[in-house]
Design a protein around this ligand. Structure first.
Ligand code: TIU
Length: 226
């Protein structure tokens, strides 16, 4: 086990059984003209974490630990999108309608892709999820169990929506969850802060939180000690 300095107390990272989950770092949430923009959000807030997420992915790739990328994505016929989700939010464009980057939140469209700077490489898992959480209707739990994964490190957007939902789903399935706090962002600074507080409250009721440099430092120390 590699002890990672974290809140509310050190996280024991199991190097043989840990995967990184990068949630929804898609153009639809991060660039103008996508789904996030259609809901009235300032999408430029999310762009700032791209270098930190890239550093986190690089750490996992260097160790040979699994990297999983999720995308919030619906089938072109929207058969996997509840009408309630399409109607929600009084957006300028609805899910499935055509914007500057193609049809919003539809698989295969330019806006639905992960931003170029964080593009998955061969061998990494890319999961299309119709909900906010990574486990709903994805088969991910069985897949992770087959891989022997017990520990999940989280990054991505948005902190209080898809990241928190996925972390809570993972926590209920028995995974030990660590959120990298400078590799996640929200359209609302207060919601990011509140999410972190909620995760670590009550002795880590949902999991642990740490900055990237603490994770990098602990992993490189472990490597130099052996
Ligand atoms: N709207 C918002 O904050 N987020 C989402 O709709 N999806 C994700 O968080 N990926």
């Amino acid at each position: 086990m590699i002890p990672i300095p974290a809140q509310p107390y050190p996280y024991a990272l199991d190097p043989a059984h840990t995967a990184l989950v990068v949630i929804d770092m898609q153009r639809d949430f991060i660039e103008p003209g996508g789904f996030g923009d259609s809901l009235g959000n300032d999408v430029t807030r999310l762009q700032a974490i791209i270098p930190t997420v890239a550093g986190l992915i690089a750490l996992f790739r260097a160790q040979g630990w699994p990297v999983i990328h999720t995308r919030e994505a619906h089938q072109p016929d929207l058969s996997d999108c509840p009408p309630s989700k399409i109607a929600r939010g009084n957006p300028s464009l609805h899910i499935g309608e055509t914007g500057a980057m193609g049809r919003l939140l539809v698989t295969g469209e330019p806006g639905n892709q992960i931003v170029d700077a964080l593009a998955p490489i061969k061998g990494e898992i890319v999961v299309d999820k119709p909900g906010k959480g990574m486990f709903w209707a994805t088969g991910m739990h069985a897949r992770l169990q087959t891989m022997g994964i017990t520990h999940l490190v989280f990054a991505g957007v948005t902190t209080e929506v898809c990241v928190q939902t996925s972390m809570r789903e993972a926590n209920d399935r028995g995974y030990e969850c660590l959120l990298v706090e400078d590799a996640t962002e929200s359209y609302f600074a207060a919601f990011k802060a509140a999410t972190i507080e909620m995760i670590i409250a009550q002795g880590g009721i949902v999991g642990w939180v740490t900055p990237l440099n603490a994770l990098q430092g602990a992993v490189s120390k472990e490597k130099s000690d052996v």
